[in-house]
Design a protein around this ligand. Sequence first.
Ligand code: HEM
Ligand code: HEM
Length: 185
Amino acid sequence: MATSRAWKRREYSAVAKLLHWVMAGVVIAAWTFGLLQDDMPAGPERLALIDTHKAIGSTVIVLVALRILWRLFNPAPPLPGTMAPWLQGAAMVGHLVLYLLMVAMPMSGWLISSAFGYPVMLAGLVELPSLLADKDPELGRTAAEAHGLMAWILAAAVLGHVAMALKHHFIDRDDILTRMMPRVR
Ligand code: HEM
Ligand code: HEM
């Protein structure tokens, strides 16, 4: 039906929406536990927080792989023509940065654990193999620095992303936010 096709073109698919919102929750939760453990003195509580952080963060590896695969075969709906071309380009670059960070964050985290010889339990359930044949604490420290730095770049990128979504909704009054929202029947 023409109407349903037109509707489909204007919003993200149900799968894209589901992956977006599940990942938004998971990434924000991983970020929060990462920061919480960082402020704690060494001890069993901190270890428990790190384990939770790793269990949540590691699921991003699987989710982002699924999401990138889905996205390769399901292009995003076209942006509204009211958006200036440079702004459309900026939105694409912003999304690309978010995708890169969604890959780099869990991979650098996995590398930290591999380099120090600690196990990584995917979702707290299944042990992932080490990324390295041998321990390498020097590499581990570098990976931890990169992980910490990228976490702040991610926070800035997400804040900018949310601010732009709200600007589209309340100032430009276009459908950018609603086309990523679950459809209420
Ligand atoms: C999207 C996923 C992830 C996010 C958003 C994230 C975020 C963070 C944040 C905000 C910190 C504190 C950084 C600081 O200020 O020092 C942190 C630390 C840490 N994360 Fe992650 N993380 C993710 C995935 C992972 C994964 C998958 C692992 C391991 C399997 C991991 C292992 C660690 C470790 C070991 C630290 C402590 C590093 C240190 O010693 O300073 N992270 N993470
Ligand atoms: C929690 C508040 C969030 C809001 C309100 C929000 C809102 C949106 C909206 C409205 C879009 C659609 C943009 C368009 O139509 O072109 C979008 C796309 C996107 N969002 Fe978010 N988002 C949030 C969190 C996040 C987080 C935490 C991440 C990842 C770290 C993220 C990553 C992305 C990506 C990569 C896209 C592009 C999807 C694609 O076209 O492939 N978002 N977001």
